[in-house]
Design a protein around this ligand. Structure first.
Ligand code: NBP
Length: 477
């Protein structure tokens, strides 16, 4: 017998992905650099389905039916190149290498090109959902050639998560690095979602005076409504958890320094290159780095702040409702920014990404899964050329009716000295986009003054320069 698919790299993700394929009836060849991992998989889960354990690269490749489908689930970066280097000489034209790691999409573009020249399909694939997702159904974002998707698509659809309407959470995102690009933006949006939820928590705690357990209950209520999402659900779990050693709220015994692996940072770096304002995502990345600067924070501890103004019970309840509005409005802005980045990447690299399809495959399996994504899918479905999510009538109406409360929350946050970089950046983006006139006109004047960078006028075609150092007459540039 031969295997329909092979997985090399059997740490948590690869192992669970291999089991997912096997549980869905596929014969799966499994391989890992260190053979003991392969043996452990066979010992623990070998009876879950049809596995073929391979010790060497040669054995592994020989076990695969042709054209071969070989999934790499190793540490992103150098290890991925090492594995490609090891396996590609053993492959033939038409074979497929699927990289399910968190690769940078530029690396994926390079690898795809190198292998394409040799007739091998390289399918950079974003996979979200962590180890549970890998086992029970992740959201899958494959790039690569349409031919490779014709062969792989049905298998990926089978192992993927299913949205509430039953649709598989996988689509052919676009050629070469498109899948990893979209996975990167997914993670950037995830950073923003987490930051906004964290800010809501801190406001409920420091302004409204609620305990972590009470805030968990508030989040559970929110999770019944339009904020229904995996991240809100797990936030309630974390907030209601008590530390087993001290019986204190778990959230009070954890060091307040957030770590990061880099995909959020990439989202912002690429957005800067593409000229896309992803201020909410950027603030989320910066908030994590700020939290880690313990030296700076210690040095700033004595700085003056406002006097606390405690709220009574009625006011606190009213404030919690306002925070829900602020959180929802800010979330709309984060997704507006993230989808803008995907559209810009698609344009830059010629990927032709269907934004509605991306919203659709994020409805299940992945970390940002939420009822909200169905709304985004519908918005792009109705108008695939929607210039911005804020141009959708439904979102425009919702954010419009949230804005008074959103502003009230930020007034309270400012008065009470609670930092809300995510909420604030989102509101600034909203107000800037809807502004009739921006002070960018003044910026242009300054640029022309010191650098003769020229400007365009509101009333005439062409570029102009004012002789600032001379008689201040205007000349065409
Ligand atoms: P790790 O990222 O911890 O990688 C461990 C695997 O890489 C092991 O199988 C290891 O083999 C192999 N490996 C390394 Br390290 N260097 C190698 C080399 N030079 N040649 C061959 N194999 C090598 O595993 P993971 O957490 O399962 O993640 C796998 C991929 O999935 C990563 O790219 C990750 O970013 C991505 N991802 C992870 C998650 C998650 O929730 N963990 C979610 C989504 C995506 P060994 O056993 O011989 O050391």
């Amino acid at each position: 017998t031969s295997a329909q698919i092979g997985v090399t790299g059997l740490a948590v993700m690869g192992r669970n992905l291999a089991r997912n394929f096997a549980r869905n009836g596929y014969t799966v060849a499994v391989h890992n650099r260190t053979v003991s991992r392969t043996q452990a998989l066979m010992n623990e889960f070998g009876d879950e389905g049809d596995f073929i354990a391979a010790e060497s690269a040669k054995e592994f490749v020989a076990a695969l039916e042709r054209p071969r489908r070989l999934v790499i689930m190793v540490k992103a970066g150098g290890p991925t190149d090492a594995v490609i280097h090891e396996f590609s000489p053993l492959l033939e034209s038409g074979d497929m290498i699927i990289d399910g790691g968190n690769a940078h999409f530029e690396d994926t573009r390079r690898r795809e090109k190198e292998l394409r020249d040799r007739g091998i399909h390289f399918v950079g694939t974003g996979i979200s959902g962590g180890e549970e997702g890998a086992l029970h159904g992740p959201s899958i974002m494959p790039g690569g050639s349409p031919e490779s998707y014709a062969s792989l698509g049905p298998m990926l659809e089978k192992i993927s998560a299913k949205a509430p309407d039953g649709a598989p959470c996988v689509t052919h995102v676009g050629p070469d690095g498109a899948g990893h690009f979209v996975k990167m933006v997914h993670n950037g949006i995830e950073y923003a979602d987490m930051q906004l939820i964290a800010e809501a928590y801190q406001l409920l705690r420091d302004v409204a005076g609620y305990s972590p357990a009470q805030i968990a209950d508030i989040f559970r209520t929110w999770n019944q409504g339009r904020l229904d999402s995996y991240l809100i659900e797990i936030t309630a779990e974390v907030l209601s958890h008590k530390d087993v050693m001290t019986d204190q709220p778990f959230v009070d015994v954890v060091q307040d320094q957030a770590e990061q692996k880099g995909t959020g940072r990439w989202t912002v770096q690429i957005a800067l290159d593409l000229g896309v304002p992803v201020s909410g995502i950027a603030e989320a990345v910066f908030a994590r780095s700020l939290s880690g600067h313990t030296d700076l924070r210690r040095a700033a501890r004595g700085l003056a702040g406002p006097k606390p103004q405690p709220l009574d019970r009625t006011e606190a309840g009213r404030f919690a409702d306002q925070v829900e509005q602020a959180l929802y409005a800010s979330k709309i802005v984060s997704y507006t920014q993230g989808f803008h980045e995907i559209a810009a990447g698609s344009q830059e690299y010629g990927w032709d990404i269907d934004l509605g399809a991306i919203a659709s495959i994020w409805r299940g399996g992945c970390i940002i899964r939420a009822a909200f994504l169905d709304r985004i899918r519908t918005a792009y479905g109705a108008r695939p050329d929607l210039p911005s999510l804020l141009a959708d009538h439904g979102f425009a109406r919702e954010i419009g009716s949230a804005q008074d409360d959103w502003r009230a929350v930020l007034v309270a946050a400012t008065q009470q000295g609670v930092p809300t970089p995510g909420f604030s950046a989102a509101l600034a983006y909203y107000d800037a986009l809807r502004a009739e006139r921006l002070p960018a006109a003044l910026t242009q004047g300054q640029r022309d003054f010191f650098g003769a960078h020229t400007y365009r006028r509101t009333d005439r075609e062409g570029s102009f320069h004012t002789r600032w150092g001379g008689d201040r007459s205007e000349i065409p540039a």
